[in-house]
Design a protein around this ligand. Structure first.
Ligand code: ATP
Ligand code: MG
Length: 262
């Protein structure tokens, strides 16, 4: 019997990709990927190194625009609107679809300024008290407030790696995004800092659509409800996380999750 692994949600699709191809010059890195992401379910992207997880993730907020020679075909929508139309405001798009990278990259500015910068440049702030409130709320949501509230004027780069990563999450949250993309956000962190980020992902679920790339199978199983397995630039299988890990449909998925390659 063929099991139904299809992903379902009560809420409408937030982002949708249809038949997406990505090229670096002549080289094709992503082939024909179609996927839907909703607000209710954290999506994990898994697959061996070089299979195109980061490349595809970057198409979701047009970060690939910044890579010379990168070209995207197909359609990607946010709330039904094509994000690749020429009149799309890419700065605005990246506020709506925020990104957290593998290596924490706080600005060389104070903790406060790291969080305040985005809301200020996006004109989301009505005076100092409002900005203070946004900074506090973002740091609280990122689970960092209690650790930094007495030293908001210290440099963001002086925090520990795990704190820096939560600061980067606070920075992404501060501009009131709808989607948060995380590319191996814990790979530079120790197990305690990793647990904090995972806990945070649980808390943020439902408020934002979340996509996380991870090489850690246990992490994918812990934090996601839906999992997408990529291999050689293709989306091989997309389904409910528990099904993907216990009862994959595709041999390639099974081989990967059982450690046969990767
Ligand atoms: N900036 C770039 N220019 C040219 N080729 C690139 C670029 N970035 C990625 N590629 C190529 O695209 C393919 C997919 O790379 P990508 O970084 O998306 O893989 P990944 O699944 O994220 O791997 P990893 O797990 O190691 O991070 C690889 O063959 C890689 O060499
Ligand atoms: Mg990558």
């Amino acid at each position: 019997m063929i099991e139904d692994h299809s992903v379902k949600s009560d809420r409408p699709t937030k982002m949708s990709a249809r038949n997406v191809n990505v090229f670096y010059g002549q080289k094709q890195a992503i082939s024909g990927v179609s996927i839907d992401v909703d607000m209710d379910n954290v999506v994990a992207f898994i697959g061996p190194s070089g299979c195109g997880k980061s490349t595809f993730l970057r198409t979701l907020n047009r970060m690939n625009d910044t890579i010379p020679g990168a070209r995207v075909e197909g359609q990607i929508t946010l709330d039904g609107t094509d994000i690749y139309t020429p009149d799309m405001d890419v700065v605005q798009l990246r506020a709506r679809v925020g990104m957290v990278f593998q290596k924490p990259n706080p600005f060389p500015k104070s903790i406060y300024e790291n969080v305040a910068y985005g809301p200020r440049i996006h004109g989301l702030v009505d005076g100092k008290a409002d900005l203070d409130a946004i900074v506090e709320q973002s740091l609280r949501r990122a689970g960092l407030w209690d650790e930094v509230k007495d030293r908001l004027n210290e440099s963001g780069t002086a925090l520990s790696g795990g704190q820096q990563q939560r600061l980067c999450i606070a920075r992404a949250i501060a501009v009131d995004p709808e989607v948060i993309l995380m590319d191996e956000p814990c790979s530079a962190l120790d197990p305690i800092a990793t647990a904090k980020i995972e806990e945070l992902i649980h808390e943020l679920r439902g408020r934002y659509a979340i996509v996380i790339v991870t090489h850690n199978m246990q992490q994918a199983a812990r934090v996601s409800q839906h999992t997408a397995f990529f291999h050689l630039g293709q989306l091989v299988e997309y389904g409910v996380t528990s099904e993907i890990f216990t009862n994959p449909r595709e041999v390639r998925t099974k081989d990967y999750i059982t450690g046969r390659y990767g």
